[in-house]
Design a protein around this ligand. Sequence first.
Ligand SMILES: Nc1nc2c(ncn2[C@@H]2O[C@H](COP(=O)(O)OP(=O)(O)OP(=O)(O)O)[C@@H](O)[C@H]2O)c(=O)[nH]1
Ligand SMILES: [Mg+2]
Length: 203
Amino acid sequence: MAIKNHNYQMAKFVISAPDIRHLPKDTGIEVAFAGRSNAGKSSALNALTQQKSLARTSKTPGRTQLINLFEVEEGVRLVDLPGYGYAEVPEEMKRKWQQALGEYLQKRECIKGLVVLMDIRHPLKDLDMQMIEWSVAMNVPVLVLLTKADKLASGARKKQLTEVREALAPLEGDIEVEYFSALKKIGVDKLRIKLDSWYNTPA
Ligand SMILES: Nc1nc2c(ncn2[C@@H]2O[C@H](COP(=O)(O)OP(=O)(O)OP(=O)(O)O)[C@@H](O)[C@H]2O)c(=O)[nH]1
Ligand SMILES: [Mg+2]
């Protein structure tokens, strides 16, 4: 089958939802972006779609508290999941987000891939592992992006990449790890190629 390249620049905002019950019908294909608050999810989506403010970025962690859904073309969607792990959020709200994330991954059938974004300086926190383990259990392939790679020199960058790859190898899942910088546009092509391959996976 010929791979179709999607035009991510065409992405348009569709809806913000507090949980999966408020999302559009579970048909077509979705790829979701997950990560700790401030990891760079919204920035990565903006870099991918070459739009400055498709997904809102913010200096205040915990800004994206809803599931934000974007459509590239009919039936091809990108999902910005709520950031997790932000310490200064009330316990009750944290619990709600975690539940929304778990539900999304475990019940939403149109998900064909998960991008997990982790700050290259602080990778593999508990909830990152939880998200990756859920995906492996659901047979959903994972692309881990080590974000803000521009913050490290190339030696330190490679070291982190190797360590994260080694740490995830025992999970034996369909997991790929790359580094990324929305600022310097590092890894954007790899992200695009991976998404195209997921969107082209036969159902
Ligand atoms: N240096 C650098 N900073 C970045 C990069 N990507 C994002 N940032 C900064 O990191 C902060 C958080 O980025 P967001 O994209 O809003 O992060 P998020 O994961 O969407 O955060 P929440 O929506 O709160 O969960 C912002 O101040 C960004 O400017 C990057 O590649 N390099
Ligand atoms: Mg965000």
